[in-house]
Each structure stands twice: as structure tokens, then as C-alpha cells.
Design a protein around this ligand. Sequence first.
Ligand code: ADP
Length: 444
Amino acid sequence: IKNTTAPNLDDSINNTEEDEVDVVDLAANSLLNKLIRQSLVESSHRVEVLQKDPSSPLYSVKTFEELRLKEELLKGIYEMGFNRPSKIQEMALPMMLAHPPQNLIAQSQSGTGKTAAFVLAMLSRVNALERFPQCLCLAPTYELALQTGRVVEQMGKFCVDIHVMYAVRGNPIPRSTDITQQIIIGTPGTVLDWYFKRKLIDLTKIRVFVLDEADVMIDTQGFSDQSIRIQRALPPDCQMLLFSATFEDSVWQFAERIIPDPNVIKLRKEELTLNNIRQYYVLCGSRKDKYQALCNIYGGITIGQAIIFCQTRRNAKWLTVEMMQDGHQVSLLSGELTVDQRASIIQRFRDGKEKVLITTNVCARGIDVKQVTIVVNFDLPVNQLEEPDYETYLHRIGRTGRFGKKGLAFNMIEVDKLPLLMKIQDHFNSSIKQLDPEDMDEIE
Ligand code: ADP
């Protein structure tokens, strides 16, 4: 692997404006998810399959042996600690490895085994004796490309003659380099540049084309068109695979444009629910009041670990300082941190090194810290129109039905924000009880 210098990923979110409301950066969040992921994410839903040819038999596998993989590849899979295919892999792998190759669009939330599946497919289709690019994988950022590359290297640990090349900005390849690596992983811009302008890569012998993180990809200016230009340069019999964690219409439209005659696999996400959350609110006059209420709650009940959400960085910082001065062990997670720094803060929190995590919206989504029993909205989530942001509310305090441990949620509300809270209550048709912060006995 030739790349070592990591450019600053966070240009877009490196905003020092304190009042800045942290916006969700899809690529950064996706990377963060990968960095902190410890195991497969499960879903109790069934995998939905839409075959391009409904009359052809549908195979699924329960073991990796059934796939008749190369010995060295199977060894790599087991060495990674995989015992059996994940839910999505059970259906996706037989399609991806079929002869003749089939195209696939697959959607399932992050952590369900998509990357492992397409890495396996790429490794299994490479002829290690041939020294030219055979698989091309597009990723939205340099860092995400590197993460995928790591999986290739882990899984391909015993496939000693298979090599990876990163087509990413910051990987300076001298003119007229002969690219002998069989697997190219890169961002659309650089791949196009290497192909059209610099004529470094030969795309005519690519057998497997992977478009990963399609939802993040289309969110990035220019990437859809670039990806389509690349796809058009591929040979007609090239296998095309597209993966996405979400599937809004825009992703679907893009997927259908770029993947001809696809099979489609979907695994629905475990829904978030407020059913097993007891929700309370405390009326407060000022920020100081809110803080006092928080301290009372904190002193009044036994708390495992808590996440406290603030709307702005300034508020989050202020609250962190207050709590620290009062001797609490807290950590602050907000948008000015790099993804690596965020990952390490979340890891420390998971390990129980801090009991309280104060954060802005950067961390509202997708990051599950299972042992959290209390969520505090120090500020209610609102959108630019100062309307309640229902989705963010749900993401902050909702739990998945299946893994639902009981949880507690507290909303610190200035009097003038009460109508917003009532709207939230109506929207979710769930009760949010008022709490007298002097009297914690009310929490049953
Ligand atoms: P996705 O691409 O959908 O986000 P990944 O392929 O990155 O999912 O898998 C998520 C996590 O689960 C990773 O840590 C990966 O190593 C692990 N994993 C993937 N497939 C399996 C499997 N069959 N058995 C056990 N762990 C797996």
C-alpha cells in the first residue's frame, strides 16, 4: 500500500464558527461508522430480493464453504473471524459469484456486511497471475477508499499475488507507470483523471465494477456524472455492483441509470421507536436553569451513561466546561474534530472512561452506544425555520425495537419552546411528562 499521507478530510466541517449548527456530513459519518464498528449490525427483517429473471432459481448460502471459494480466500475469511455469511451476504454472495456474472443493486444499513461481500467477490474474481487491473471499486472519499482497501488486505491476506492500487488524490503516480495491481480502489475524480487524461489505467479488462456508498456518492457534486462516465468505459460483460446504505428515490434513479439489468437486494433497517423510552421535560427559564435541572436529575437518579445534545457548538462547549468544573467526567464531541478524533472519543465513551458525552448533531445519527440509558436534549432539535426537527428527535432518543432496553429521555425546555415540544409529542403520539426537577421521585 503506497499511501500514507492522509489529507485533511474535514475541510467542509472545519468551521470554527461557534454558533455553527453542525451539519451531518455523510461521508465523514460513514467513515466514523466504519472506524467504530465492532460487529455486524442485525435486522429482524427478511431480505427482499427482486431478480432480473424471476424464473431463475434463487440460491442462498448458510456457509462460506458452499461458495467454493479459493482455499486462500476462505482462509482469509475465517482469519477475520467470520463464521458464516451475514443475512445480506447469504443472498448477495451467490448472485455476485454466479456464472455468468450478474449485476446487483444492494441496499442495507451500514454494518450489515456489504463491504465484506463485494471484497470477497472482487478477490474471488481476480486471476492473480494476470498483472493488470481486473476490479475497480469507486468510493466517495480517500479515507473510505482506504478503509475498503484494508478489508481487501485482511481478507486477501493469503492471496499473496493480489495487489491493490489506490486511485486517490495524493497518490502521486509517475507518468507511464505500468499499473499491474489487479484491484483499483479510488474516487471518481481521480479514476477519471487516470483513465482519460493520464492514460494510466486500462479499463478494458475490468471484470468487476463496484460502486460503493452510492448514497454518499450522489450527495457529492459531480460524482454521479463522473461515475457514469467511468462505467461507460468498461467492457460490456463487466459485472456491475452498487451498494447503498439508504435508498431514497434519487439513489434508486442513479442506481438504475448506472447498473444495467440488475438483481436487487434489500434489507430493511430495524425501525427506531419511542415506545420503550420514558420521556420527560423540565421547564426552565435560562441556560443556567437548564444546567441546574440537569444537575438535579443527575444527582437524583442512578445514571449509567448519558448523552447530552446541544444545538450549537457554543452551547456544547459551555456545558462541557460547567460540568467539568463541577467535577463530572465528560467528553465533548463536535464538528470541529477530525473523524479520527471523534472515533477515539466514542471509543473511550464506550469503554466507560467517561460517563457523559456532550455533543451536537454530528453524532445524532447512526452511532449506537448500547449502554446509554439516558439521553438529554439540552436544546430541542429544530430546523432552520425554527420548527421541530422530528427526525433528529427520533434519532437522538429512539431505540431499535428489537434491541430496546428501556431508556429515559429528558428535554430541557425554555418556556417559549414549549409549543415545539407539544408538536413533537403530537407528532409521535407519545407522551412527554413534565418533571419537577426538585422531585425526582416522579420518575417511576
Ligand atoms: P457494511 O459494508 O454493510 O457497512 P461491513 O462489510 O463493513 O458492512 O461489515 C460490518 C462489520 O461486520 C465489519 O466489522 C465486518 O468485519 C463484520 N462482518 C462482515 N461480514 C461478517 C460475517 N459474515 N461474519 C462476521 N462479521 C462480519
